[in-house]
Each structure stands twice: as C-alpha cells, then as structure tokens.
Design a protein around this ligand. Structure first.
Ligand code: ADP
Ligand code: MG
Length: 259
C-alpha cells in the first residue's frame, strides 16, 4: 500500500511545529525521516497516524483517506512503534506483543492460532522470545524497545512507522532491527522510520526525508541528502565517509562552530 501525506501542518501554541510537509512511501521502500532534535519528526508521524491534531493536510493510503477508515481497519493497515517506550499496564512481554493482534480479533473469539503464530514470529525476529514471561516493567530499555517493536511487527501491516527504533539498543540489536526493517521493505511493505543515527540512515535507507524547524527541506537518495554542505548547515557536523560492500558509509566525526 502506498502511504502519502499531503501538506501536513501541526500548530501548537501559535507555532507551526510541522509546516506543510508532504511525503510518500511506496510499497517496497524503506524511508528515513531525519533531522535534528525538535525538527518535528515525531509530531509529523503522530499527526500522520491521527494521534495528534492537524491544522491542515491529509493522509492517504492507496489514495484513500486514512481517517475515513474505522479504527481497527487503520490499525491493521499501519503499525506504529512510538518514541515513548513507557508501558503503563502491568503486562507480561508476550501480552504486550499480542496487543498488536487486537485489531485482527473479533472481540468475542479471542486470540486464534494465527494470532499466536504472528506473535511467536515477531518475538523470534527481534530475539525476544526469552523475555515472554517477564513483566514489561522489569525489562531494560533496549529489551522493552524490542518487545514493543515485536508488537508492531505482529500486526503484519502493509505499512509500518517506527519512531527511533534503534535508540537504546546495543550495536548487534541496532543492526538486527535495521535488517528487519530492510527485510519488511524487501518483502513489499512500506516502512517509514525516524532515525538519529546518520550512519544507519546512510547505510540502510532507500530514501531520506530531512526535516528542519518543522519543514521537509530535502527528499532524496541518502548520498544526496547527506551532503557535506547539508550536514554542516542542518546538523553542524563534519562526517567521514567511505565505501564498503558496495555502499557508502558515513560517520559523524566532529562538531562545527556556530556560523
Ligand atoms: P523531533 O521528534 O523531531 O525531535 P518533536 O516532533 O518531538 O521533534 O517536537 C517538535 C517541536 O515541537 C519541539 O520543539 C517540541 O518542543 C515542540 N512540541 C512538541 N509537543 C509540544 C507541545 N505539546 N506543546 C508545545 N510544543 C511542543
Ligand atoms: Mg522525536
């Protein structure tokens, strides 16, 4: 399914936190939403999901207004890993992942064999099967992130949005998560990911949308978006780069003085 946001604007306290942002994610595409702290990435993502009020703009799934769909229909179409990893309920990890199957259930029947299989697969993918019986509150930050990512994976939605999925993960699990997201896109899903790690963004993404101060200022291939000039201008960093395995790598190297 093709995900499209058109002219999304979000205002808070008289400020345009998100200002006229349009972007597209086609099936098979892994798109990174990047930008400095406070650029408006999370606000845009939440507005695209209807979790944050919009002052303007629309979100389309294969041309259909996302907000004309019923709640369960929308939840089956687009899965979401929020940036906030708090879990307020006293649940075991497995029950949290099962929440991802809720939009598939009729309400009366409860979880089916198919639901249990989807939960098992998702837990296996993020290597969190060993955590199933633990209360989510006792998990480490990285473990909780993986369990919540498993919840989003268990939805098996055609479109996935993830807000900083690699934050708080050790290097192995950062790479694993990126490989999982890459795999989803390669299998034909559309994936939109907020990322801070420019190395991972350069390495894994098909396309990057760069936000700064509420606006999408650039949209294109990672090598083009992450030019030396733009890194200096928007991020105030200088990066090293090179080639490995047929891809360019990038490593933010030093901060630059204020212009
Ligand atoms: P990002 O995810 O790119 O780091 P956010 O979308 O979380 O940024 O926030 C964008 C900006 O909006 C920030 O400057 C933040 O302080 C501001 N903001 C977010 N929520 C509110 C709110 N409820 N009231 C006022 N400002 C807010
Ligand atoms: Mg954010």
């Amino acid at each position: 399914m093709k995900l499209e946001s058109r002219h999304i604007t979000v205002e808070l306290g008289g400020w345009k936190i998100v200002d006229d942002v349009s972007l597209q994610v086609a099936p098979g595409e892994l798109v990174g939403l990047i930008g400095p702290n406070g650029a408006g990435k999370s606000t845009l993502m939440r507005a695209m999901l209807g979790l944050r009020e919009r002052a303007g703009g629309e979100v389309l799934l294969d041309g259909r207004d996302l907000f004309s769909m019923t709640g369960p229909e929308r939840a089956r179409a687009v899965s979401f890993l929020p940036q906030d990893r708090r879990v307020e309920w006293r649940l075991r990890a497995r029950d949290v992942v099962m929440l991802g199957r809720y939009p598939h259930q009729s309400g009366l029947g409860g979880a089916t064999a198919k639901d249990h299989a989807a939960v098992d697969r998702a837990l296996e993918q993020v290597e969190a099967t060993y955590l199933v019986d633990r209360p989510v509150q006792v998990l480490s930050g990285g473990e909780r992130t993986r369990v919540l990512l498993a919840r989003a994976l268990a939805v098996e939605a055609p479109v996935m949005m993830a807000d900083e999925p690699t934050t708080a993960l050790d290097p192995l699990h950062q790479l694993q998560v990126m490989e999982i997201l890459r795999g989803l896109a390669d299998a034909g899903r559309g994936v939109l990911v907020v990322l801070h790690d420019l190395s991972l963004a350069a390495r894994f993404m098909d396309r990057l949308v760069l936000m700064n101060m509420g606006r999408a200022i650039c949209d294109g291939a990672p090598v083009d978006v992450l030019s030396d000039e733009r890194l200096a201008e928007v991020y105030r960093v200088r990066a090293l780069r090179g080639e490995a395995d047929g891809r360019t790598w990038l490593l933010p190297w030093e901060s630059l003085p204020r212009a």
